[in-house]
Design a protein around this ligand. Structure first.
Ligand code: SF4
Length: 329
């Protein structure tokens, strides 16, 4: 059963009076207990996609097409207060920098207890007990005695555990983790990712994992979606992507990685840069960096094509039957 369905989603911004599409007709689904990783270089639209799903877009941006469904119910049409309830209870969020998610003047225990009282209507005493249990669940040592500590008294890794406790407090159906370990050292990264895996499995949650790091994808995701210039250019199982990537951008990413644990932001071997929103090509957005570009790639965006088994999807004219493969002049 799909926990999350994103169907033909488009997010637009007005730049200089012109409507630009930061997310362009994206569709995917996440099943119960599944992790879908979204990968791509900085500026490729990953976080804009996450914000579109969560209803947290900046004022200049809006969803202008498509649907987002949580457990088959459309959520994008909800008024803001309803969206706030969904975010607190049915969608949990973990961001890169835990300090931005925590209130420095409230104790960590009070912050975990707050959604339990707001959404689950627990009494103060019940919420305290449940918050301590959550702190134990995310393996914060001496949880009961640390309930009254403030965020600044925790290490970065422990703060991220607090944020995870907050995110899962009300038993969400979907966890969105946006670069959840980028600010942490390697050992702590692994512990946090293992914890997220365990909680996702136990809670039968779907997880949308946004990351720069293909090592994290290899170790912690079931399927992967590659984004470029606001398009989903390829979606596949992790195994299929690593063994049989079809899109020139996915292949370039993988070929650039002598080691899969390198960060995509460090890559220098794909010539050129991700286009800015103001300079997005009308056709394929990878055209200026693609060694296989053809006339057709310039004229119109490639359609989505099924490539091989198990829902392996690619968006490239090279994989469209009957396409003219004449090289661009
Ligand atoms: Fe390259 Fe054309 Fe495919 Fe885009 S559609 S990735 S330019 S071959």
């Amino acid at each position: 059963m799909s926990v999350l369905e994103v169907d033909d989603l488009r997010t637009s911004l007005l730049i200089g009076g012109v409507e630009r599409h930061a997310v362009r007709e994206i569709s995917f689904a996440i099943e119960e207990g599944e992790t879908l990783a979204i990968v791509g270089e900085s500026g490729c639209g990953k976080s804009m996609l996450a914000m579109s799903i969560m209803g947290l877009l900046p004022a200049v941006a809006s969803v202008t097409k498509g649907h987002v469904r949580l457990d088959s119910v459309a959520i994008e049409a909800d008024p803001e207060r309803a969206m706030e309830r969904i975010r607190g209870a049915r969608i949990g969020m973990v961001f890169q920098e835990p300090m931005t998610a925590l209130n420095p003047v409230l104790t960590v225990g009070e912050q975990i207890a707050e959604p339990l009282r707001d959404h689950l209507k627990l009494s103060r005493r019940e919420a305290r007990k449940a918050a301590v249990a959550l702190m134990e669940k995310v393996r914060i040592p001496s949880a009961a005695s640390r309930y009254d500590s403030y965020p600044h008294e925790f290490s970065g890794g422990m703060r991220q555990r607090v944020v995870i406790a907050l995110a899962i407090a009300c038993g969400p159906r979907l966890l969105i983790a946006d670069e959840p370990t980028t600010a942490l050292d390697v050992t702590v990264q692994r512990q946090i990712l293992d914890l997220l895996d365990q909680l996702r499995t136990e809670g039968r949650m779907g997880m949308l994992l946004i990351t720069h790091n293909l090592g994290i994808v290899a170790g912690h995701a079931d399927r992967v979606a590659v984004m470029y210039g606001g398009d989903l250019v390829e979606t596949a199982t992790v195994r299929a992507l690593f063994s049989d990537a079809a899109h020139p951008y996915s292949r370039a990413l993988l070929a650039s990685l002598p080691r899969v644990d390198r960060d995509l932001s460090e890559l220098a071997s794909i010539p050129g840069r991700v286009p800015t929103l103001a300079n997005m090509p009308d056709g394929c957005r990878f055209i200026d960096r693609c060694p296989h570009a053809m006339e057709r790639c310039q004229a119109m965006p490639p359609p989505v094509e099924l490539s091989g088994a198990r829902g392996h999807i690619v968006r490239c004219w090279l994989h469209v039957a009957g396409s003219n493969h004449a090289a661009r002049g």
